[in-house]
Structure formats: C-alpha cells, structure tokens
Design a protein around this ligand. Sequence first.
Ligand code: PLP
Length: 407
Amino acid sequence: MSNKPADKIQDLQYFGEFGGVNPSISDSATYTFLHAKTMLDTFEGHAEGCYLYSRHSSPSNLYLGEALAAMEHTETANVAASGMGAITSVLLQICGAGDHIVSSRTIYGGSYAFMKNFAPKLNITTSFVDITSLESVEAAITKNTKIIYCELESNPLLEIANIPELSKIAKKHNVKLVVDNTFTPLIFTPKNLGADVTIHSLTKFINGTNDTVGGVVCGTQEFINDLRSVQDGAAMLLGPVMDSLRAASVLKNLRTLHIRMKKHSENALYLADHFEKDGLKVVYPGLKSHKDHELFKTMNNKEYGFGGIMTIDVGTIEKANELMELMQNENLGYLAVSLGFYKTLFSASGTSTSSEIPTEEQVKMGLSNGIVRFSIGLDNDIERTYQSMRNCMEKVGVLNTKQESVL
Ligand code: PLP
C-alpha cells in the first residue's frame, strides 16, 4: 500500500447501490431504525454504522470525510458547510471562556476577524504573532493558551510556517497545533509534520470548480467524535453541515486534485520565474529569493511543486486595479477573490480578503496595498499567458518594453 496522499485517495473505492462507480447519495435528513433501542444507542454514540440525522453525519459526508482523512493521514475527518464553519467549530470546541489562542497574524481575513472581534464576546482572547519567529510564538503562550493557530502558507504574504518546530513548542506547553492547509493540499501533510488538527476550506483547490463553499476538519477519532457529540459538539450544535449532494460532488472533484495541483504549480512557477527575471517584485515559494524557500523544501511532498499562489507588488492600489481590470478584459483571468479555480483569479489583498486587518497592522506585517494575489489557473499554454500578461503590465506602466521593471 502506498503512503502517498494522492494514492491513498485513489485506493479508496466506494460503489453505488446498484454497482455504480460513484457512491449513492444519501438524500435524507433523517434515518429510520428497526428497533427503538438502536436509536438510543446511536444517540449515545454506540451504534457504529447507524445514521441518525444528517446534521450529525450522513453516508455522503462520511465518504468525503474519509477520503480527506486519507489524504491528510489523519484517523478521520468531519466535513463542514464552509471553511469558516470548520475553523470556528474547532476553535470553539477547544476553547471556552477564559482561554487564549496564539495565532499567526498573517491569516485569512475571516479567521482573523473571528478571533479578533467575535471570540472576545465569549471571553476567548487571541495574541497575533509573527509565526515565522518561533521566539515570539513561545513568548506569547500563557497558562490559558489552548491553541497555536496558523496557515501553513500564509494568506496573502505566502510565509511558510515551520510546523515541526511549532509542534515542539505546542507539545512542550500542552497546547494543540491547528493548521489551515487550504493553500497547499497534497503539497504538505501537516499531520506528518506534527500538527494536531488540519483544516481546509474545500472551496478552493480541493473542490476546484468554484461552485460551492465547503470545509473539513481532519484529526483523531477522539477529536472528531467530540466535534460531533450530541451533548457538546461544536459541529453538531452550531450546525455548519454540508449537504449530501454537495459532498458527493466535492468527492468527484477530489479525484483529480493531484493532476490539478501539479499543473497549478507548474504554471505558477513559470510565471513567477519569468516575472522575477523581468524585474518585478514577485513572491512565490518556488523562487530561491523567497525567504522560506529552503524551509518549504524540508517539508513538502515533492511531486506537487510549490503551489498555485503568487503575489506581485505593483506599488499602488491604483496600478493594481488598472492592471487587474485590463487582465480581465484580455480574458487572462477574473478579478475575484478565492483561489484554486481552473481560471486564474486575482485580487488586491489589502482591500479585499485581508481588509478585515486594520491598516496599521497591514503595514506592520508588510502587506502593501499594491500587492496583487494571483491564483494561477490550469492554462494549457502558459507561455502564451505570460506574453499576454506582460503586454498588460507594459500597458499599465508596470514594466517597460525593454523587459525591465519601472518600479
Ligand atoms: N482559510 C483560508 C486560507 C482561506 O483563504 C479561506 C477563504 O478565503 C478560508 C479559510 C475560509 O473558507 P470558506 O470561504 O470556505 O469559509
């Protein structure tokens, strides 16, 4: 049996009711029991294989969860209606009033806003730190800390978290290391590097077709049981449940994730490399100039490359907007948030997905408002894309015609 994440997904077979090559979809919110006693046992969590009510679990959601758990090398997983549904359930399952989180300051704006603005209403506080400074992480831990939270590749600065070292700190202080791996599925397996819980927004690369939001929590059987507990499980009681029809559809898309990730990475590396040579300020972990390039290479599953996300700092928000509108008009991609689509997506992070982060904080962390985040698509001819993007950069005055940056 292969231990590679993509092979583990491939080895999972689920047949449909009539021998279908895809599993049957469980199109029911509630389930009958032949015996009343089994219903009680199921409520108490003792009836393996029995279904109760689809907010708790459903066959379609379990199929998808098991495939994602196989990918992430965890014992099991629980799918959620969105990435935020997964993140907030985990934080609220582990933390109660008086508890504390140490979080990377460069995370998705929604996660940041939840910890900064919402969790304090429940008396859960967060210290935001530079996750690449292990000393700052350890110094921020208090006796009330329950979680170290980070994104493996941060949004939008593309810093890389040193999971093995963070895991040592977490173990030393008996706190849980929770890692959002949304930007880098298959590329990293956080569990193997020391993470306790791995989260994804399925909305992005994993589903890849931009037709739904979704999320998943991958962890131990014990933790997932806790999340689903009818007594005090955050997933069960807050109710961010994915619909079965969607779970079935995401599972089908997951089947091609390995091919897509390789192509996203290949295309992004090509563009990052060429635009850097042109003199632009490119940030991409596959470039030697990236400050965490070497760290990345100590942790990644090599065959998937360095991911599909890169940023280019074009100086000002005005230039960024002009460039993005032109690229969209030239059909090079869409001016849209989100990532992991077949088509390239671009947005100016400071005024979009990171706008929840106050401007002073953005400046402190080096998030200039001229940064354009690109989620590079699956373009068949990336050289042609490069030439067309170059033309757009020349037109808006980011590059001059002699192939030199004018920044
Ligand atoms: N994590 C990361 C890194 C994200 O970029 C996002 C969304 O943009 C989320 C989590 C939240 O996921 P969702 O939009 O599926 O709730």
